[in-house]
Design a protein around this ligand. Sequence first.
Ligand SMILES: [Zn+2]
Length: 127
Amino acid sequence: MDTHGIQMKAAQVFKKLGVTEEDLRTKVHVRFATHNRTTAIATTKFSVRRDVNDQPVYEVQFLFSTLLWPKDANQENTIVHEVCHAVNDLRWKEQGKPGFPQGHGMEWRAIMIEAGVTNPQRCGLLK
Ligand SMILES: [Zn+2]
């Protein structure tokens, strides 16, 4: 799957989880990037800043390993997995909770199921 495919799939999953196109234009900024490390197929970075009106702006960065991504046995599932991390962090912060949720904790698992994944897995599989 190429960058366009990744973006389309991510947008679809965000929508399914209640993050609207307007959210993505305004308060949730999503970026896609790559690196050459082999620690994970993909990772998600999430941070919050405040705009000039002191409203929260959420920065999501999806990072894909150029080395592992082509070997991912289920790329669609990996995208769902990462978007669920972003939505988990987003909901956590929107609820005003301190810190961040556990990476693959019960909240993330519940969001994966909401996204249609019947058996959420911590790690993706390589071909
Ligand atoms: Zn994960």
